[in-house]
Design a binder for this molecule. Sequence first.
Ligand SMILES: Nc1nc2c(ncn2[C@@H]2O[C@H](COP(=O)(O)OP(=O)(O)O)[C@@H](O)[C@H]2O)c(=O)[nH]1
Ligand SMILES: [Mg+2]
Length: 331
Amino acid sequence: MTASDGSDIQTLFDQVRSGARVALAQAITLVESQRPEDLPDQAKLVGLCRHEDSISVRLAVTGPPGAGKSTLIERLGLHLIEEGHRVAVLAIDPSSEKSGGSILGDKTRMEKLSVAENAFIRPSPSAGHSGGVSEHTRESISLCEAARYNVILIETMGVGQAEYRVQKMVDLLLLVTIPGAGDGLQGIKRGIMEIADMVIVNKADADNIGAARRTAAELKAACRLAAPGENRRIVLTASAKTGEGIPKIWEAVSDLISHRKKQGSFSKQRAQQDKAWFDDVVESQLKRRLESAERLEIARDRLTSLVVSGELDPVSAAGLYVDAVLRHPFQ
Ligand SMILES: Nc1nc2c(ncn2[C@@H]2O[C@H](COP(=O)(O)OP(=O)(O)O)[C@@H](O)[C@H]2O)c(=O)[nH]1
Ligand SMILES: [Mg+2]
């Protein structure tokens, strides 16, 4: 996309704002672009979004593959639409993953939600990014909000770094687990337990109801031990399959958000996240601009081969490279 005067970006934004899903999809593709020449358009588009009043709720849904994240998002999404919300889902699409991530036969494509009037689903390949959170997920969230989606759900795969990255973009992190996973907290990394705001023991149906309740009780006890005192971490059981417990999840989310808004921590967290976003974009834009500077690339290649051949140590080589950058920025 080219926009010398930016007017077609304004047009694209107006279409996004009017709720045109095709325009939203196109706008997300633009903010995901890695081409340096798209930087001005990306900034203009995200800048336009910033004028929007943000009354949204941003939720990440994480957990091991097969725990039922996609199924739960679909159930919750349909429930929210019934309640009058507009729901956007940014999800990993395991079918587009090179590694063939559907270990447990993931067939969930959110079929009902994807055809719902007030839903927008953006599957993105997780290959190349950690757990489905891409560098541009934040920009995509802004665009969804400009398109007046007021609940943003982000599905990530429980692979270490993904939770920490997505935590910097959302209001709440929901960890989905399954009955039995509470035994000694196997299957759940302790670190994730600590950053999750809510733990949902899914698949609490049929023969699993008792086991789910036991797991929830164990997780509650573990949370109390990990963070005694004013810990507000919530543990719930649910069945994404039957829908049991799904409305309770939303009640708990709404209560927690209201509580944080009253306390002032909601807006404080969003402000801190904007700061982290700014820092990340500065870093990535510098990196992209450097990579697209031909002279610097030649210098870098030369220094790299000197390092590889052992003729120059990495620290001295880096010093020479940075000197070159400062002498000839972006040439
Ligand atoms: N019994 C039962 N099965 C479920 C439930 N939620 C999801 N599943 C099944 O678990 C499998 C994995 O679900 P999926 O949503 O794709 O998991 P994800 O990898 O975490 O996104 C699928 O076969 C689902 O039908 C549930 O609440 N109860
Ligand atoms: Mg899934």
